[in-house]
Design a protein around this ligand. Structure first.
Ligand code: BG6
Length: 494
């Protein structure tokens, strides 16, 4: 059994979708595994005037699909309390403090508190400010703040947001969630890189030709147009998930695997992202918006609820990023994300340099042409590794073929994103910030993204420009072709 952690959770937005879809099922899993046992309580706060009982019922429903027998669900939800709350009303924080103190006594939660912002970001500052002014921080235990994305929409708004929360919480108390950092295969990246000398030896521009990060989604925007319209794929997926993956792939070796040492390397890496001038953006970044599919079964983005008919929001981005360090001299990191693509696939393809001296070029006039070796790191829905190498087909003569040396974890497609939450919650309970983003990283990544956004805002795109159920606009393939590269995903079989 895991070590139990005593704590009171205070969840702002406790009646909301995020809390019910992700947070409560993950907390329940932690309960079934013993990370949470007796000494914890969860206070859900939101505007709606719910009773404790009604709240518990909604939580039961949200965890009902998960394993757990009914008796276990029933005992779990007994730890849940509800307080109707107006985030702007100081009196409500006084009541909240009283309830938290009472539950702290009742459950012997050792004065530990986790404040979880599952609300719209415009309220983060107000809540943090009241938590401070109404004295909700408990000096005798830990106080941790958990924030969901979006963390601003550009550097200016992110900085304002950061200032507003850091007046109450210190950086070491703030856990900014990027749920990709909770994914199994993303957490595996440092192990892969830094415990296999055979990989570490070739992890540089002398051996690697290009690196491709693909975050492809098959689904459209669904019901999230309200948020998505003000974000777009660049802010929604590249500023955070794609760049965080890039940092883990490209950072220098930390002195040890601690939060401090890892963040130090990531910060340095982000500081060395090559910034484009506005006109260079056109040559290095491509955007798109999905249209109907070829058969007309799937609707266009502009037909989705709450999306204007003339929306210019991008649902696809592909870009070429350079890192200005000797290790990555002239190695393009290609990033690609999009909605309504042919299939859901989150993966990294590391394409090695081709053999410069092909001794088989004139072998019995056969012209054996080796292909580049590729290391694929499959993150979702498949999880695994595949090293694709040149080999031979059996039989007479010498016939080369690509051969996959592959390892696949069992399909974790559905459970994965929830497990990511579980892992991240355990980290928060244990006070480990390694798998969260810090302010400096946020600032650097926004700086990088803002230039692209600024350029895009100057030019009206010709949208929609790709059909649903494809791999995005053709300009995305051209982007790679410019340097003689091609996307591995979509052309391989792993
Ligand atoms: C979120 C984005 O951060 O990640 C969504 O806001 C996106 O637009 C989602 O769909 C994808 O996450 P996952 O875990 O399903 O790849």
């Amino acid at each position: 059994m895991a070590q139990e952690q005593a704590v009171i959770f205070i969840i702002f937005g406790g009646s909301g979708d995020l809390a019910h879809r992700k947070l409560y099922p993950a907390l329940f899993k932690l309960y079934t595994k013993g990370y949470l046992r007796q000494h914890f309580a969860v206070i859900g706060t939101a505007r709606r005037p719910w009773s404790h009982e009604y709240f518990r019922q909604t939580v039961s429903e949200s965890v009902a699909n998960d394993l757990g027998d009914q008796a276990q669900v029933a005992s779990f939800v007994q730890h849940f309390y509800y307080q109707s709350h107006d985030v702007k009303d100081a009196n409500h924080y006084v009541a909240l403090k009283k309830l938290a103190q009472q539950l702290n006594q009742q459950y012997q939660a050792q004065n530990n508190q986790i404040f979880y912002m599952a609300i719209a970001p415009q309220f983060f500052g107000t809540v943090a400010q009241h938590v401070n002014s109404e004295g909700l921080l408990n000096p005798d235990g830990f106080n941790r703040l958990v924030i969901e994305k979006p963390f601003g929409k550009d550097l200016t708004t992110a900085r304002a947001l950061n200032d507003s929360i850091s007046a109450t919480f210190k950086e070491e108390q703030i856990y900014r969630i990027d749920h990709y950092l909770g994914k199994e295969m993303i957490q595996a990246l440092p192990i892969l890189r830094f415990t296999n000398p055979v990989l570490e030896a070739v992890w540089n521009c002398h051996y690697i030709s290009n690196i491709q990060i693909t975050l492809a989604e098959a689904l459209g925007v669904g019901e999230r147009a309200g948020y998505y319209e003000s974000a777009g794929a660049l802010r929604d997926m590249i500023q955070n998930h794609a760049l965080q993956i890039l940092a883990l792939l490209a950072m220098e070796r930390p002195t040890e695997f601690t939060s401090q040492a890892v963040h130090q390397q990531k910060e340095q890496l982000f500081a060395q992202l090559h910034h484009y001038t506005l006109s260079e953006v056109d040559h290095n970044f491509v955007r798109g918006q999905y249209d109907v599919d070829r058969r007309g079964y799937q609707t266009a983005y502009r037909e989705a609820d709450n999306v204007p008919d003339d929306s210019l929001t991008e649902t696809f981005v592909a870009g070429r990023i350079f890192v200005d360090t000797p290790r990555w001299h002239n190695v393009p990191f290609y990033v690609r994300t999009g909605k309504r693509l042919r299939q859901k696939a989150t993966r990294i393809d590391i394409v090695f340099q081709p053999e410069a001296n092909n001794i088989f070029a004139n072998y019995h006039k056969q012209k054996i042409l080796p292909r580049p070796t590729v290391l694929t790191i499959a993150i979702e829905p498949r999880q695994g590794l595949c090293l694709t190498v040149n080999g031979t087909n059996p039989g007479l003569g010498l016939r080369n073929s690509l051969q996959p040396l592959s390892f696949r974890q069992s399909d974790g497609s559905l459970a994965n994103s929830q497990e990511a939450y579980e892992k991240l919650l355990i980290d928060i309970l244990q006070g480990d910030q390694t798998n969260f983003t810090n302010w400096i990283e946020q600032a650097y990544t926004w700086q990088f993204i803002d230039i692209i956004r600024q350029r895009w805002d100057q030019i009206t795109p010709d949208f929609p420009n790709y059909r649903s159920n494809t791999f995005g606009p053709s300009q995305s393939d051209q982007l790679l072709a410019q340097l003689g590269h091609e996307w591995i995903f979509g052309t391989d079989s792993f």
